[in-house]
Design a protein around this ligand. Structure first.
Ligand code: ZN
Length: 298
């Protein structure tokens, strides 16, 4: 995990999941906490050896890889934990993620793993989009829903910490069908990102880029292509089961699904593309012979 300095005030620890850092007015703000305590410990070690403060932690959204290290930080340091309201509900009750992925059924033990359920941590301050002044330091908080329900991005000193509002190109290639819960909001967040006037941006997975708009454009086209595949299959079949459509998209994108956790993550993402067809009236849901059928309406 390497610390990459962006400006006098901003930098990030680059890893599979990036952890941002803002240093201003004698205070130190982390942006996300990594998958587990080990990642947070490395960050703390670097901060301490460079005499840098740690006073606050922003959690951009309630995915385990972004807040798994938060409890360690909270238990060992005097920090204020900050998150948006709905994400905070999951951060404080992390079993909610395996619950929603398992369609509300109480999750089987296999799903109660560190990738889906981080240790709970209490959130001290709930924030919303807009200008937020936190202990004398002002931030621009951006609302980037779509990848999660109420994800935020944090702008300071004209540097944007975009969380998972977009993925670095390598991460896109790796995930193939990126995790989203809402197609329309994902695309709206990407459009809002392209219009921002900032010096550069750090995604949750990827590298800091000044001309990040090109990467955002690749993300937009990536999602549009998956929606197109979804729409074409439904149109060509006339009607198909959710399972048939899911399997078709996974085969087309050559997705690797080794276990139940990844199956449920991909099923949720595919559900978001199907929901977009339903909400834009290009398809309808039907229950036929006890099965969920997607019928073309175009
Ligand atoms: Zn995420």
């Amino acid at each position: 995990m390497e610390y990459k300095k962006i400006s006098d005030h901003c930098g990030y620890y680059q890893a599979a999941v990036n952890i941002g850092y803002i240093h201003a007015d004698g205070k130190g703000f982390l942006i996300d906490a990594g998958l587990e305590a080990a990642a947070a410990k490395k960050v703390v070690k670097h901060l301490q050896s460079n005499n840098l403060p740690l006073t606050h932690l922003f959690i951009t959204h309630a995915h385990s890889d972004h807040f798994g290290g938060a409890r360690y930080l909270k238990e060992n340091f005097q920090i204020i934990v900050i998150a948006p309201d709905l994400e905070a509900a999951i951060i404080e009750n992390p079993v909610l993620e395996p619950i929603y992925l398992f369609q509300g059924t109480y999750p089987v033990q296999e799903l109660r793993n560190k990738f889906l359920e981080a240790p709970s941590v209490s959130v001290d301050r709930k924030i919303q989009a807009g200008t937020e002044t936190i202990d004398g330091v002002s931030f621009q908080i951006h609302s980037f829903p779509g990848h999660s329900y109420q994800q935020i991005g944090i702008e300071f000193d004209s540097i944007l910490f975009a969380a998972d509002a977009y993925f670095g190109v390598e991460a896109l290639y790796k995930h193939k069908i990126p995790f989203i819960v809402d197609y329309k909001k994902t695309l709206e967040s990407l459009a809002a990102l392209s219009l921002l006037r900032v010096k550069g941006s750090v995604p949750g997975h990827g590298s800091y880029e000044e001309s990040y708009q090109e990467t955002v454009q690749i993300n937009i086209e990536w999602h549009q292509q998956i929606l197109k595949l979804t729409e074409e299959f439904v149109k060509q079949q006339g009607a198909c089961s959710f399972e048939a459509l899911f399997a078709y998209l996974c085969r087309q994108k050559d997705v690797n699904i080794p276990h139940l956790s990844s199956f449920l993550l991909f099923r949720t993402a595919v559900g978001a593309y199907i929901a977009q067809l339903i909400e834009s009236e290009r398809a309808i849901f039907k229950i036929e012979d006890y099965q969920l059928i997607i019928r073309a309406n175009m």
